[in-house]
Design a protein around this ligand. Structure first.
Ligand SMILES: NC(=O)c1ccc[n+]([C@@H]2O[C@H](COP(=O)([O-])OP(=O)(O)OC[C@H]3O[C@@H](n4cnc5c(N)ncnc54)[C@H](O)[C@@H]3O)[C@@H](O)[C@H]2O)c1
Length: 336
């Protein structure tokens, strides 16, 4: 903990990633204020923290300026994780995506300006890049988001620059890859594989040929990156990729899940058209799905010494153990 930073606000702190950030910061002795409207997050993610004296939960919305002004009092830094991140919502209801992500972020920045809060760490996304024109994608890679969600995250990054130039609010935007680990919400490829194999004892279903790739990063590695940046505290207005720096094919991912589960399955291939639903697993295949995602993490490694520590193999085992103990968490409609 630095002397200047004692009280932190974590928006979206009851969510998957936010709750892991709160774990680390609470453990390190910060006073942690969680602001969350529980639209996709849950108190289950933070109930262990609410027993502590240094953690406070406020149910509230980043679209509610009065509420933001109340929680922003005497805050030293904001870790802004709250967002709308469902691609189906972004595609079918882009105004909601824009409101929560862009208007919500402007509200947080405005409340910071009015209350004199000068530091923000922002959850951005690899979705700002879109399909790679080269790999690995570094921070200067062209920004051609496939979906409105990537466009809204990119707009937020621009607002961070404006608030830095105009008001001296210092910020770091961390562009996460595909974050996974305990408390992950159900709907994305790894969760669909694990649910099929571990909870339903059926082979994983791969959409297409399985050669599409993603860059997976463990949620505790992401939380550690946030804490490191918070504590270094010598940034102005910067952007970093936070991921594994490796690409994993979806076929290899399916094999890792099979291996970690100790079963003897072969993956099944299903030719689900983009924008249609799988007949086997009932999950929607996104339109304009990325063929590859592989992020370059040299910049954050050089600047902060951060690199991921948890291997995908170990992380998958851990997520499997967690869901076995909490199967009700994925007994829900998939978020897509
Ligand atoms: N999960 C990933 O792989 C990933 C990848 C890139 C970026 N991100 C970003 O990381 C952040 C956290 O994502 P996550 O996976 O933990 O998702 P999540 O849905 O678990 O967390 C988002 C949290 O924000 C809260 N929230 C949503 N709208 C709100 C509002 N209007 N006011 C207050 N709270 C609100 C939700 O209730 C939830 O607790 C998001 O900003 C997301 O865009 C996530």
């Amino acid at each position: 903990m630095t002397r200047e930073i004692r009280r932190v606000l974590v928006t979206g702190g009851a969510g998957f990633i936010g709750s892991h950030i709160c774990d680390l910061l609470a453990e390190a002795g910060y006073e942690v204020i969680i602001l969350d409207n529980l639209s996709t997050g849950t108190l289950d993610n933070v109930k262990h923290l609410l027993k502590r004296d240094n953690v406070k939960f406020v149910r509230g919305d980043i679209l509610d300026m009065d509420c933001l002004m109340r929680v922003m009092k005497n805050i030293d830094a904001v870790l802004h994780q709250a967002a709308q991140l469902e691609i189906a919502t972004a595609v079918n209801d882009p105004i909601t995506d824009l409101r929560v992500n862009v208007e919500g972020t402007i509200n947080v920045l405005e409340a910071m300006r009015r209350c004199g809060v000068k530091r923000m760490i922002f959850a951005s996304s690899a979705a700002v890049y879109g399909e790679p024109v080269y790999v690995p994608q570094d921070e200067d890679h062209p920004k051609n988001p496939n979906w409105q969600y990537g466009a809204s995250k990119l707009a937020c990054e621009h607002y961070l620059k404006v608030y830095h130039n105009l008001y001296g609010i210092r910020s770091v935007a961390l562009r996460y890859g595909i974050v996974y680990g305990p408390r992950e919400w159900y709907g994305r490829v790894l969760t669909v594989f694990i649910k099929r194999v571990v909870l339903e004892n059926k082979p994983p279903v791969i959409f297409g040929d399985g050669r599409q790739t993603r860059d997976f990063v463990h949620v505790r590695d992401v939380a550690r990156a946030c804490k490191l940046v918070l504590e270094q505290d010598d940034y102005e207005c910067e952007v970093y990729n936070v991921s594994s720096g490796r690409e994993t094919s979806i076929l290899d991912l399916a094999r890792l899940v099979i291996e970690a589960s100790g079963v003897d399955f072969e993956p099944v291939f299903e030719d689900v058209k983009e924008g249609e639903y799988s007949k086997l697993v009932g999950v929607w295949r996104k339109p304009k799905e990325l063929r590859r995602m592989w992020l370059d993490i040299a910049r954050i490694t050089k600047r902060y010494g951060w690199r991921p520590e948890i291997s995908l193999r170990d992380g998958i085992r851990e997520e499997i153990e967690w869901i076995k103990e909490n199967p009700e968490r994925w007994a829900v409609k998939p978020r897509i």
